[in-house]
Design a protein around this ligand. Structure first.
Ligand SMILES: C[S@@+](CC[C@H](N)C(=O)[O-])C[C@H]1O[C@@H](n2cnc3c(N)ncnc32)[C@H](O)[C@@H]1O
Length: 390
């Protein structure tokens, strides 16, 4: 085992560039004069930076495309439980960093540890025992608390190296807390944020339209990204604030761009979806920034958009961004809808349209050549992101 000191962002496979771009934007705004270190990539969905308390706090508070933000503390090449336990006890007993305290409760979450010569439970057990015994050697007692621990420990193996980290949010970052209702086939919030970034959404000029908005995840994330809103409130605080190293820190609730005035339109044919969009947008604090229309996409003409958006409407700046029904989770009628979307999009002679596609038939029917085509997954569903110039 060895001590390491890294900030690790974990996200959806294929999104390293997007995650790095987002963290740079946030850090440059939140930490004046920062010189952003270049991250090391670990596989397709993880970035590693040297640990910095301020940068880590900004990542947990504002980053929307990552699913986990970790403080990597130790790593080991051990392949068996005994050496893993012994190395870890020794490292923890000597560690002087301020992440542990007497009476802290911990829980351990293991991922990707299949390559270890023992089952996941045994790995979790060995790390747990090492943490308890290593802390005891420093005169600290730890409690095990599976549900709401003070410190959530993340254990994972990458390239044969097992790492032990603190999960700084204490939970998956896509659980934003605003989605009260999610509909039939919602996008993960951090995937919606990735789609917004991939589309190079510019909130100063683009009119973002989601004609199939479902529970409103894409429009809500677009507005929250434009404002660089915090993920947290006084009532709902991230776990890192409990660590002694952050004893002086306060929850960051203020947005980094509070005056941003994005133009975002969310539409759906289903009245229940419209209610969900309004409810979720209200919970996210962005209802006033969102235009919601109950309409069949087939009737959503540029004239309707012009009337909705008002004098700032500029057809050159339209950015359609949505995920059409996949056909796997939603029943019937998709092919007709894809055909109608293709015809509908012909009304826009400028701007761009981007889709998160789960059904290969979409690309056959939507005749244009995509400018960007990128494999990406929504949970267990494999799909593509395609960006078209209109
Ligand atoms: C896959 S869901 C979108 C999920 C959404 N991105 C979310 O995260 O919740 C597709 C949505 O398209 C809507 N829809 C289907 N046909 C439509 C049509 N012709 N016009 C407008 N909305 C339609 C459905 O009601 C559904 O809410």
């Amino acid at each position: 085992m060895a001590s390491i000191d890294n900030l690790r962002l974990i996200g959806i496979s294929g999104t390293n560039k997007v995650m790095a771009g987002e963290l740079s934007r946030l850090a440059r705004r939140a930490i004046p004069g920062i010189r952003m270190p270049k991250p090391a990539k670990q596989g397709l969905g993880a970035l590693v930076y040297p640990f910095d308390t301020e940068l880590a706090a900004v990542a947990v508070s504002y980053h929307r495309t990552a699913s986990r933000v970790l403080w990597d503390l130790f790593e080991s090449h051990a392949r068996r439980l005994e050496p893993l336990y012994e190395e870890l006890v020794e490292d923890i007993s000597r560690d002087t960093r301020e992440w542990l305290w007497d009476g802290a409760s911990i829980s351990i979450r293991a991922r990707n540890v299949q390559s270890f010569a023992a089952g996941e439970r045994q790995v979790v057990g060995a790390v747990k025992n090492a943490l308890v015994d290593g802390a005891r050697a420093r005169g600290m007692r730890l409690r095990i608390e599976p549900d709401d621990p003070d410190i959530l420990i993340a254990v994972r193996i990458h390239d044969g190296i097992l790492s032990v980290s603190v999960d700084l949010a204490g939970r998956a970052m896509h659980q934003r807390g605003y989605r009260l209702e999610a509909g039939d086939a919602p996008l993960r919030e951090n995937l919606a944020a990735v789609l917004v970034m991939l589309s190079r959404y510019d909130s100063r000029s683009d009119v973002l339209v989601d004609p199939l908005a479902g529970s409103g995840t894409i429009p809500i994330e677009a507005i929250l990204m434009a404002k660089a809103a915090s993920q947290w409130t006084e009532k709902r605080q991230p776990a890192y604030l409990r660590l002694p190293i952050y004893s002086e820190a306060k929850v960051k609730t203020e947005a980094l761009y509070p005056d941003s005035k994005p133009t975002v339109v969310a539409c759906d044919i289903d009245m229940r979806a419209i209610e969900m969009i309004r409810q979720n947008a209200k919970a996210a604090g962005v209802l006033d920034d969102l235009q919601v229309i109950h309409i069949d996409v087939r009737d959503l003409s540029p004239r309707v958009l012009e009337k909705t958006v008002g004098p700032t409407w500029d057809p050159r700046q339209v950015l359609v961004l949505c995920n059409p029904p996949y056909g796997e989770r939603l029943e019937g009628g998709e092919v007709d809808l894809y055909q109608d979307l293709n015809e509908w999009s012909q009304q826009f002679t400028e701007g761009r349209a981007a889709f998160m596609i789960g059904n290969p038939q979409f690309e056959e029917i939507f005749k244009r050549e995509p400018r960007v085509r990128k494999p990406i997954s929504n949970g267990s569903l494999r799909g593509y992101y395609c960006l078209y110039d209109l």
